[in-house]
Design a protein around this ligand. Sequence first.
Ligand SMILES: Nc1ncnc2c1ncn2[C@@H]1O[C@H](COP(=O)(O)OP(=O)(O)OP(=O)(O)O)[C@@H](O)[C@H]1O
Ligand SMILES: [Mg+2]
Length: 296
Amino acid sequence: MMWDQAEKLRKMVQSSSGKKGSSVIKANRTNARVITVTSGKGGVGKTNFTVNLALALAKLGQRVLIIDADLGMGNVDVILGRSTPYNILHLLDGGFSLMDIITEGPLGIKFMSGGSGLYNLANLDDSQLTRIINKITLLDDLADIILIDTGAGISKSVMNFVVAADEVIIVTTPEPTAITDAYAMVKTYVSHSGTAVLKLVINRVMEPDEGKIAADKLIKVALKFLGLTISSLGFVYEDSNLVKSVKKQTPLLLAFPNTASARCIEQIANRLLDRVASSKTTGVKGFFNKLLGLMR
Ligand SMILES: Nc1ncnc2c1ncn2[C@@H]1O[C@H](COP(=O)(O)OP(=O)(O)OP(=O)(O)O)[C@@H](O)[C@H]1O
Ligand SMILES: [Mg+2]
């Protein structure tokens, strides 16, 4: 895509920000915080973490929406035990509103499937893109926090979601291979000139020290060799209840709310709200603006 075309896309996103109605629904509200959840290595627990974090944030009074951006292997719906037949591309159909493609989950959390459409936005023609963008930017009024669950982050398509977000949560296990892959992911992120605020969660730790040591290692190396600041959000215990919750298709926070691992996730939710969102939170509009620029 040529630069001027990308510029046109950006203008479309920007002009949709002034849409009538949105300011009425959410007067004086700030934009949604767009947080991408990713990892270096696959299978480290991103999707389970994302769903349970969403529930923990909902318990704290936040309006949360999860966007499943894991192409092919997306399984937020499986973990929630609710499936949705629709995805972002259905917004192209004049008969579909944003609410039609959003599914309500437990504790009022909302969930939406990105489908392949999320990765192919740049292939849409201008009128198709306008139609999608006009609808999708209404998300700023519907959610305080938007969590985007991605696949592992090294590929270019996933990296776009990482670079375009205001905040990124990197999930890793304490295993050396997972830490090495997380570092490789962060390095790729730096080469893409990312400016998001990076946060780290160590999943599947046997004892608090293991989590702390793994986090410190990655944080120190990223600072020393990449000049990059990553903050730690904490850790989540290795817990067989997590495996059980997946089998039950009931998220840990609902199936086993009193476990130590559930408390870990609640603590992480608290920390996420403690740390004031960066002033450059640009919301859904800003996110899609950047995403389209990167996809050109
Ligand atoms: N804290 C934990 N304790 C025990 N098992 C866990 C924990 N977190 C995740 N798991 C196990 O790891 C599996 C994979 O988790 P999940 O699907 O959330 O990973 P993922 O990072 O999203 O994978 P992918 O990269 O394929 O998207 C779960 O089904 C569960 O069995
Ligand atoms: Mg996943």
